[in-house]
Write a protein that binds this ligand. Structure first.
Ligand SMILES: [Zn+2]
Ligand SMILES: [Zn+2]
Length: 256
């Protein structure tokens, strides 16, 4: 049985800050029922006033067969570095995901902002996005780069060379010794694809960039969603090990 993990789980929705113990337990139960051995909660940094990391750890005690880590997904915007550094000093997270969700103030992954794509030339948008990802990688603040090619979410993609546009960011990730995630959530978005897509994943594997797995679940029933499939794709891309984290230290364990 391969070690399956889900290192990207949200419990706070975009419209609710309610977080009951019963609901937290449901995430754990769902993950176990999908054969996962380890999960990582990773709330958005900007919800920090609304969650208590210790509650995740308390939940974990109820599920001795499941290892529960507590991380955070930080919204990377160039210029926020000092603020992020100070934020990360406040609580000892197991891992920190650095994610780019906006380019020059454009929150490109929000569906109500889709009309704003008309203001962009897609090649330029991709180039600016990956420059931001490269900056995130070089910042030294993060352990994992989140959903590497999220910029394709609504299918506004350059007619060609989308992969090549990502290469400088991959080089920055490799240079910084960072890990990426194979994020399954894009399968349920208009892009209908994992983040990153298979060709990019293969390139990451070739560059020796470590990999972890994440569902980006926002509901209990989505914990561990498609993680088995992600593990299969990772294997096909050449990965034989998977990254897990504790106290911001990375360990590589056999994928299968
Ligand atoms: Zn994200
Ligand atoms: Zn997320």
């Amino acid at each position: 049985m391969p070690l399956l993990v889900d290192y990207h789980i949200h419990t706070l929705g975009h419209d609710s800050f309610h977080q009951s113990d019963e609901e937290l337990a449901l995430y754990c139960q769902t993950a176990l029922s999908r054969g996962l051995k380890e999960i990582g909660f990773a709330e958005h940094d900007y919800y920090r006033p609304h969650f208590d990391p210790e509650r995740f750890q308390l939940q974990a005690k109820r599920f001795p067969r499941l290892v529960v880590r507590v991380g955070v997904e930080v919204d990377y915007v160039p210029g926020r570095e000092a603020e992020i550094r100070a934020f990360l000093r406040e609580w000892p997270f197991d891992f920190v995901i650095g994610s780019v969700h906006q380019v020059d103030g454009f929150s490109f992954d929000v569906d109500t902002n889709i009309p704003q794509y008309a203001d962009w030339e897609t090649t330029d948008l991709f180039r600016r996005y990956y420059a931001c990802v490269a900056q995130a990688a070089a910042s030294g603040l993060f352990d994992i780069i989140g959903h590497l090619d999220l910029i394709k979410i609504f299918n506004f993609v350059p007619p060609q060379d989308a992969i090549n546009l990502a290469l400088p960011a991959l080089a920055a990730i490799a240079d910084a010794g960072l890990c990426i995630e194979l994020n399954t959530n894009g399968r349920h978005k208009p892009a209908h694809d994992f983040y990153p897509t298979q060709a990019l994943l293969e390139e990451c594997s070739r560059l020796g960039i470590p990999l972890t797995l994440g569902s980006d679940a926002h509901r209990p029933q989505d914990a561990g969603r498609d993680i088995h499939l992600a593990a299969t794709l990772a294997w096909r891309a050449g990965y034989r090990k998977i990254a897990i984290f504790s106290n911001r230290r990375r360990f590589l364990v056999p994928l299968g």
